[in-house]
Design a protein around this ligand. Structure first.
Ligand code: PGA
Length: 252
């Protein structure tokens, strides 16, 4: 099943590999590559732009790590949603916290990216999540609500609906300190409650932030965790294979 169309009944588990600014991991294009689609789990890889074509040619479901909402224009160093779709990408990450931090992407710009992704028939994964400071101040709900609401507001004037969200607490990304299953479940349930009622059960909400082979099971067992956006652990193919195996057991 294509990761691009959410099944409103079962929300199949989706495991996304975010390779960030790293080359494809060893064994990525082997016949037995864990990055290939497998029964019961949707898998999609997000390589740096220069590797998109090779991943697509190797038959992997491939997405871009970002995309400019305008189809073309004077934006040096950027690649548009339209271009990545033309190249054969199926998916795109919108608003990853690395880009909110490094490229100063704003909520409005991210909302425009999501709409452009849908216009180009890309499966958009909207990334949201609070920083450590914001959690310490007890503001985690307020922050994710703001990040999500700006996208929902813009989508209201369209016929599109969010297909996938990744809840990624910034303090858990790349730190080896994942959110506890209880913390993640609480936030996922909250995020789901903010979605339009008609789409609450259809939208997949992935967890991201130090997911690995050891903690994947307890996270994926939570009722509102529909998959993972995996960074560091997706760069080790055997570790990633184990995460996929756990996801296959917990698929709906
Ligand atoms: P991590 O990254 O798994 O290395 O914490 C997740 C992400 O940033 O998407």
């Amino acid at each position: 099943m294509s990761p691009c169309y959410t099944d409103p009944v079962t929300r199949p588990t989706l495991i996304a590999a975010n390779w960030k600014m790293n080359p494809p991991p060893e064994g990525w294009n082997a016949i037995e590559s864990p990055y290939r689609q497998t029964d019961g789990v949707d898998i999609v890889v997000f390589p740096p732009f220069v590797y998109l074509k090779s991943c697509i040619a190797a038959g992997l479901r491939t997405g871009a790590q970002c995309g400019h909402p305008e189809p073309a224009g004077a934006h040096t160093g950027c690649i548009s949603m339209a271009m990545t779709a033309q190249e054969g990408c199926e998916a795109v990450l919108c608003g990853h916290s690395d880009r909110r931090r490094d490229q100063k992407e704003t909520d409005n710009f991210i909302a425009e990216q999501v709409v452009a992704a849908f216009e180009n028939k890309l499966f958009a994964i909207l990334c949201i999540g609070e920083t450590e400071k914001e959690r310490e101040a007890g503001r985690e709900r307020e922050v994710v609500e703001r990040q999500l609401q700006s996208v929902l507001d813009l989508l209201q004037s369209t016929t599109y609906n969010l297909q996938a969200i990744a809840y990624e607490p910034v303090w858990a990304i790349g730190t080896g300190r994942n959110a506890t299953p209880e913390q993640a479940q609480e936030m996922h349930a909250f995020i789901r409650s903010l979605l339009p009622e008609t789409h609450q059960s259809a939208t997949r909400i992935l967890y991201g932030g130090s997911m690995n082979a050891a903690n994947a099971e307890e996270l994926l067992r939570q009722p509102d965790i529909d998959g993972g956006l995996v960074g560091g652990a997706s760069l080790k193919s055997e570790e990633f294979r184990k995460i996929v195996a756990v996801a296959a057991v917990h698929h709906r």
